[in-house]
Design a protein around this ligand. Structure first.
Ligand code: SF4
Length: 407
């Protein structure tokens, strides 16, 4: 396809595709899907080889948020049966983080629900960063605490944070449809505050919330303008008890097209396969590794991912390798510009509290449907609006529980 040849050439030279080209990627057919993956895979390998960066989420504070992000299980009015707890102690968070690092994660993402941190919260997170860095030399720490106030980004940087995550989530035009308690510009401002303080910016999107192709292209172009070091791509996990519980709009093929489009628009940026990958890509997850160079290991904030060992096996089976702490994630021209040790970028669960907060993920492995109803449900195509409790499993282990984390 001329389109794909053009996009590969642009990706290798870091040239921005046109909006029409990005839209055309989303409009490709299933017959063209493997050609699209192969083309975007060439761009991914050019900048990141076959390396996969692992990131590990620690939910420092879960639920009870006053904001109304409609995709989020922790939102105001959510009746999702998630874990609810207040701030973990630094040693508790460090214990959870250690499990992720032992599993191969080189970045720990510290996430807290809420509109944004108080100055006292920044103190708590500073103590947590010290505890994590004291036990794991070389680990990168990304904070994801919501909207930042004056000087908070600088304080996080001084405390040793490498990165800050705050997702744009959807287009500016669509933002009011998914949240009314803050707006798109609030999010842009926080990403820019983090960058101004010398933090590596991580900012991404959530697909599958009923947005149009134009919305998806708009948010990815807005991200490109912001120039974050990492872009987590979340796929909505329709959590029962949230307004978007019936939004089952994604197919594995559409998820791959979205990831390919993000790779073409952000060719040399860490593209992270984030929340919802198990739910929506299902058995096609390994193909996504040809597009994304980064994934979350184990569980998400309020939902369970597949077993950490299954993540590692998938990466090895697909012919990729886990990126070690001895490797710099970003290409040299980007890590030099980052100006702080070349740390790679970050993510959140729907790494997106105010980026990550939401997502839910899937159950470990598929189980045999026990009843005829469940069997029928398992065969239903996406977009039917039926609840898929077989795919979305609330997190019941790790941080905030007495059970060991999944890593
Ligand atoms: S995404 Fe963050 S700010 Fe929005 S409701 Fe969830 S926890 Fe609150």
């Amino acid at each position: 396809m001329d389109l794909l040849d053009t996009l590969v050439a642009k990706g290798l030279s870091r040239e921005l595709p046109t909006r029409e080209e990005a839209l055309a990627v989303l409009a490709t057919t299933d017959d063209e899907l493997l050609d699209v993956v192969a083309a975007a895979g060439r761009v991914r390998r050019h900048w990141f080889g076959r390396r996969v960066k692992l990131n590990y989420l620690v939910n420092l504070k879960s639920g009870l948020c006053p904001e109304d992000c409609s995709y989020c299980s922790q939102r105001l009015g959510s009746t999702a049966g998630i874990l609810k707890y207040t701030w973990l102690k630094p040693e508790e968070a460090a214990e959870a983080a250690a499990a992720g690092v032992a599993g191969g994660a080189k970045r720990v993402c510290l996430v807290a629900s809420g509109r944004g941190p108080t100055d006292r919260d920044i103190d708590r997170v500073a103590d947590t960063i010290a505890a994590i860095k004291g036990q794991s030399e070389g680990v990168e720490v990304c904070a994801c605490l919501g909207l930042l106030s004056d000087n908070q980004a600088e304080r996080l940087r001084a405390a040793g944070a490498d990165a800050y995550n705050h997702n744009l989530n959807t287009s500016g035009d669509n933002y009011a449809d998914i949240c009314t308690t803050h707006d798109f510009q609030d999010r842009v401002d926080t990403v820019q505050q983090a960058q101004a303080a010398g933090l590596s910016a991580c900012s991404g999107l959530i697909a599958g919330m009923g947005e149009s192709d134009a919305d998806l292209v708009d948010v990815v172009f807005a991200l490109r303008d912001l120039d974050p070091d990492s872009v987590p791509v979340n796929f909505l996990i329709p959590f029962e008890g949230t307004p978007l519980a019936k939004e089952w709009n994604l197919t594995p093929q559409r998820c791959l097209r979205i990831l390919a489009m993000v790779r073409f628009v952000c060719p040399d940026v860490e593209v992270r396969l984030a929340g919802g990958r198990e739910v929506h890509l299902r058995t096609l997850q390994p193909l996504a590794l040809h597009l994304a160079n980064s994934v979350f290991l184990g569980d998400y904030l309020t939902s369970e991912g597949q077993a950490g060992q299954a993540d590692l096996d998938m990466i090895a089976d697909a012919g990729f390798e886990v990126e070690g702490t001895d490797r710099t994630t970003l290409p040299q021209h980007r890590s030099a510009a980052a100006g702080h040790g070349g740390c790679g970028p970050c993510g959140g669960e729907e790494a997106s509290c105010a980026t990550t907060a939401t997502t839910a993920t899937t159950a470990t492995t598929a189980t045999e449907p026990a009843t005829e109803t469940e069997a029928e449900q398992a065969l239903e195509p996406a977009g039917t609006g039926a609840a898929r409790t077989d795919l979305v499993q609330v997190r019941r282990r790790g941080a905030g529980t007495d059970l060991p984390p999944n890593a």
